[in-house]
Design a protein around this ligand. Structure first.
Ligand SMILES: NC(=O)c1ccc[n+]([C@@H]2O[C@H](COP(=O)([O-])OP(=O)(O)OC[C@H]3O[C@@H](n4cnc5c(N)ncnc54)[C@H](OP(=O)(O)O)[C@@H]3O)[C@@H](O)[C@H]2O)c1
Length: 229
């Protein structure tokens, strides 16, 4: 049994019965986290007593409810929910003026590193680019939040618009993301594959511990935690 290190953190977990919710609960027991409240519907917010932090892996609606509750009660929020609208992202920025918020469409170390690697593609900015992602058949949003976030970064690096990411759905794939770069006589492919959901759940818990120690309001992502500037 892994050693429990540090102060216990009481969390409210939205989407507790979902795929990510279950993965987080499986890991949290051994890591000084106590899931004090499982949030599956709006009424569950009324039952919350004392918590240190909210972890949200639910739906855009669940995200909005969590954000509103956290701002009202001045509680830190870690969210990995995707499929958010541009007004949700605006609300996230507004909320981050009042509470510490960590949001990442992908909680894995590999995607944080891949996002940073995209800066190197400025060297081949005239090439053709295409992002492609593969996910399990039950995934609700398309293209994935990760593909959109990689696209956002790549557009910044290249300084021009790109074709929309392609989405493939099937089976139980937790997540594959690929960036194709095509030159006239050669191509370059960057790919990240998540083998299981544990990688996202562990990222979320490491992020939650980091956020728990954060005093200042602000909008953080996993690069703040994983990567050196
Ligand atoms: N950032 C990352 O690293 C990462 C990784 C994987 C997934 N995700 C994202 O995390 C989210 C959840 O993914 P998943 O695969 O766990 O999905 P899932 O299996 O469908 O689980 C979602 C859970 O959220 C619940 N829910 C829906 N609306 C809610 C609300 N208003 N309040 C509270 N709970 C609500 C659902 O309950 P019902 O079944 O009753 O509707 C379900 O239990 C998705 O947006 C997904 O893209 C992010």
């Amino acid at each position: 049994v892994p050693k429990r290190i540090g102060k216990n953190i009481n969390i409210a977990l939205t989407g507790a019965s979902g795929r990510m919710g279950l993965a987080i609960q499986e890991l949290s027991a051994a890591q000084t986290f106590t899931v004090t409240q499982r949030i599956q519907r709006s009424a569950d917010w009324r039952k919350i007593k004392t918590i240190d932090l909210v972890i949200d892996f639910s739906s855009p609606e669940g995200f909005r409810e969590a954000l509103q509750w956290c701002v009202q009660h001045k509680v830190r929020l870690l969210s990995g929910t995707t499929g958010l609208s541009s007004s949700d992202h605006k609300a996230l920025k507004q909320a981050a003026k009042r509470i510490p918020v960590l949001y990442s469409a992908n909680m894995s170390l590999g995607i944080a590193v891949l996002t940073r690697l995209l800066e190197g593609l400025a060297q081949i900015k005239d090439w053709d680019f295409q992002i492609e992602e593969v996910h399990h058949r039950a995934k609700k949003d398309s293209p994935s939040g990760t593909a959109l976030s990689l696209q956002h970064k790549l557009v910044q690096v290249l300084g021009r618009e790109l074709p929309s990411p392609l989405a493939v759905r099937g089976g139980g794939v937790p997540g594959i993301h690929q960036i194709w770069a095509f030159g006239p006589d050669e191509s370059l492919t960057l790919q990240h594959t998540a083998f299981n959901r544990k990688v996202f759940a562990q990222g979320a818990l490491s992020g939650a511990r980091w956020l728990f120690d954060k005093k200042e309001p602000g909008l953080y992502d996993l690069s703040d935690l994983y990567l050196k500037p």
